[in-house]
Design a protein around this ligand. Structure first.
Ligand SMILES: Cc1cc2nc3c(=O)[nH]c(=O)nc-3n(C[C@H](O)[C@H](O)[C@H](O)COP(=O)(O)OP(=O)(O)OC[C@H]3O[C@@H](n4cnc5c(N)ncnc54)[C@H](O)[C@@H]3O)c2cc1C
Length: 566
């Protein structure tokens, strides 16, 4: 075992992590980046539809328009100072990505093409077909591979973080396992940036990859950082029934319709102005209402892309054409595609200020793991990629500026002992017939039923009980693989612990918020209640292991809350 020491440690190598690592390296710091999967397998790879480009020429539009649309979509829970920064700095970041080599789709005249996303008044989303995340991720990795950067940086690839190191109330890095050897090491730093992505797999089904297990949110919580807005789980309007695979909003952005079983464009009833491109929470609720009231087909409604024509579909939505053909044997050029709402994104996460700084000194966060908060109660499509690159960079720049000249006492090797004991106890535990995969599925399915789109106090409280039972099963379940090399059985075990933490935080926060706002719909409190609930809910683990719930005011700069109409 060894202690590795750096100025800046970035945990996560998705878009937020890689953007942070590049910025920290450019600012002259000794940087390390750690990822449980190869960087280009990070989940950002899956992002399809695009990235908003506020302020980029006529198409991006004035930054104020994007800021207002983001605030309105957030149901006024987003912090407006952070949203202003997102909108003001976002366009520059997107152009930076283009200059680094992202091949954005073009119009005939050579300018970057745009499409319209839900909740946006105009087409201001830039895209690379339906593989925008993949294109951006690969370009950032190319930048990192440049000799000047790569040689100077330590890349802990396929290392898995098991805890954060907190010394005298300051985050000093992490304990991590080299997955190839099974050995634990301390990786210390003057500042640590959590960029570990989302937690979609706390629910089943989900649009997220199996690796989206909320690790960083739980790690931050266990270390004592405040976790905010956890009740705000985004349910995307268009996922394939059964598998939950995402059908990008870009399809509706290109003009696709939503139809019920009678062939009606039902969004006319729910959002007569913006129709299919109302904000995601509004469209998802409308679909579920159609389904619940008997106007769906096998728990789905239809996405109709037939009128878009084969040329447009194959040029701009090729991946959706392939997904439909390969997974459900449907030709979207000629047939209707059955879709349903599905869990997609967490608006909450590790609470940060607009420089990415968390409530625990020395700790920063960016990307989906963080809650800056620019998404509030409902994220606008194509704003997550923007969030990763704007706040990934900002967090790194602030961290370098603030901590690099400081000196800290060394961290002893013994800091890994607690995690070593935890792992030993899991390995030594006899198998008891229960399985990690079974507990994980039970958690995901019950979360979908009890803490899904429409929430009631009975179901929410029932879920707290379910989670308690799942935790008891978790504490007893063993692993079948007792080895050290690539022990994915053990990693799944640790990930399940992270997911249970997140599931509990989501459920408790959903019980607490007694109103309906954005993605959080309470059947017993159907209206938004600005008088009592225009505030964030934060959870913080205390040093004695107890939990403190607190409220944090929403920052309003110039857009006073109004009734949302689409
Ligand atoms: C199917 C799909 C399509 C989407 N399309 C869009 C879109 O078009 N536009 C948009 O704006 N948003 C989109 N989103 C959302 C967006 O893709 C994500 O929110 C964003 O990419 C998250 O990036 P990130 O850098 O925060 O995390 P990720 O890309 O998820 O990266 C997380 C990193 O953390 C590492 N990590 C996690 N836990 C550990 C651990 N314990 N130890 C070590 N490393 C760890 C992982 O290895 C990974 O490198 C989409 C989401 C999905 C699911």
């Amino acid at each position: 075992m060894a202690v590795y020491d750096h100025d800046i440690l970035v945990i996560g190598a998705g878009l937020a992590g890689m953007r942070a690592a590049i910025a920290a390296q450019q600012a002259g710091a000794n940087v390390a980046m750690i990822s449980k999967v190869h960087p280009v397998r990070s989940h950002s790879n899956a992002a399809q539809g695009g990235v908003n480009g506020p302020g980029i020429g006529e198409d991006g539009g004035p930054w104020e328009e994007h800021a207002y649309e983001t605030i309105k979509a957030s149901d006024y829970l987003g912090d407006q100072d952070a949203i202003e920064i997102l909108a003001q700095e976002g366009g520059g970041e997107v152009l930076q990505m283009e200059h680094w080599g992202v091949v954005f789709s073009r119009r005939a005249d050579g300018r970057m093409a745009t499409r319209r996303f839900g909740g946006m008044g105009k087409a201001r989303t830039f895209f690379v077909g339906a593989i925008t995340g993949q294109a951006m991720l690969h370009v950032l990795y190319e930048q990192l591979m440049k000799p000047g950067i790569f040689n100077a940086m330590r890349n802990y690839e396929e290392w898995f973080v098991t805890s954060l190191i907190v010394d005298d109330g300051y985050c000093r890095g992490c304990v991590a396992m080299n997955i190839r050897t099974g050995e634990l090491h301390a990786i210390t730093a003057k500042a640590t940036i959590i960029a570990t992505g989302g937690l979609g797999r706390v629910y089943e089904p989900s649009t997220n990859a199996l690796i989206c297990t909320g690790d960083g949110i739980s790690l931050g919580y266990r270390a004592g950082a405040a976790i905010m807005d956890m009740e705000m789980v985004q349910i995307h309007p268009t996922t394939l029934q059964g598998s939950g695979v995402l059908i990008t909003e870009g399809a509706r952005g290109e003009g696709a319709y939503l139809l019920n079983k009678d062939g009606e464009r039902f969004m006319e009833k729910y959002a007569p102005n913006m129709m299919e491109l109302a904000s995601r929470d509004v469209v998802s609720r409308a679909e579920q209402t159609e389904i619940d009231e008997g106007r769906g087909v096998d728990g789905s409604v239809y996405l109709d892309m037939r009128h878009l024509g084969e040329k447009l579909i194959k040029e701009r939505l090729e991946e959706i054409y392939e997904i439909a053909r390969d997974l459900v044997n449907i030709d979207i050029v000629n047939e209707l595609l059955p879709i349903r709402p599905g869990v997609h994104y967490i608006m909450g996460g590790v609470k940060t200020d607009f420089n990415g700084l968390c409530s625990l000194p020395g700790l920063y966060s960016a990307g989906e793991a963080a809650c800056v908060s620019v998404h509030g109660a409902n994220r606008v499509g194509a704003n997550s990629l923007l969030d990763t690159i704007v706040f990934g960079r900002r967090a790194a720049e602030h961290a370098v500026e603030t901590v690099c000249t400081k000196t800290f006492r060394p961290i002893p090797e013994s800091v890994v002992e607690e995690d070593r004991k935890m792992i030993r106890s899991v390995i030594d535990r006899p198998t008891n017939g229960d399985r990690i995969a079974k507990i994980r599925r039970d958690m995901g399915e019950t979360m979908s039923v009890n803490v899904g789109m429409f929430r009631s106090p009975d179901k929410l409280n029932e879920q707290l009980g379910v989670l308690k039972d799942l935790r008891a099963r978790y504490d007893k379940v063993g692993v079948e693989d007792k080895g050290k090399v690539f022990n994915t059985d053990l990693l799944f075990h640790i990930e399940l612990g992270y997911m249970l933490d997140c599931a509990e935080m989501i459920t408790k926060s959903a019980i607490e918020r007694k109103e309906s706002r954005g993605a959080h719909t309470r059947l017993d409190f159907p209206n938004r209640d600005d008088e009592n609930w225009l505030k964030h809910i934060a959870l913080t683990r205390q040093p004695d292991g107890s939990e403190k719930m607190s409220y944090i005011p929403v920052t309003i700069t110039k857009w006073e809350p109004q009734e949302r109409k689409y």
